[in-house]
Write a protein that binds this ligand. Structure first.
Ligand SMILES: [Zn+2]
Length: 101
């Protein structure tokens, strides 16, 4: 397992996420699949840093591509403000979906 600084939460498993936030049963099925805040349990929305080219035209201004490229920078939770590692939780949505079966 990857070690992180002691003041930030360690990457957690789907099971650990569920025992920490038992009431959080929201399932993400699109852009934020397997994303959850390891501090407050929010399933989003999150702020992520992106870096990409956009099209600038005289009559239309900026037009953004359908998909933006995320940088390596850690996301930020809009619910609690936490920014750091641990947002991507392997298999989280599959795990939560099985609970509601
Ligand atoms: Zn949070």
């Amino acid at each position: 397992m990857k070690q992180t600084e002691s003041h930030s939460p360690l990457p957690i498993t789907a099971e650990q996420f569920h025992s920490k936030f038992p009431r959080q049963l929201e399932i993400n099925s699109d852009c934020a699949v397997d994303y959850g805040c390891p501090v407050c349990g929010s399933r989003g929305p999150f702020r992520v840093e992106v870096r990409d080219f956009v099209t600038l035209s005289d009559d239309g201004g900026y037009s953004f591509p359908d998909e933006l490229q995320e940088t390596e920078r850690d996301p930020r939770c809009l619910e609690c403000g936490y920014s750091g590692p641990g947002f991507h939780i392997d298999g989280l949505d599959e795990f939560l979906a099985k609970l509601s079966e």
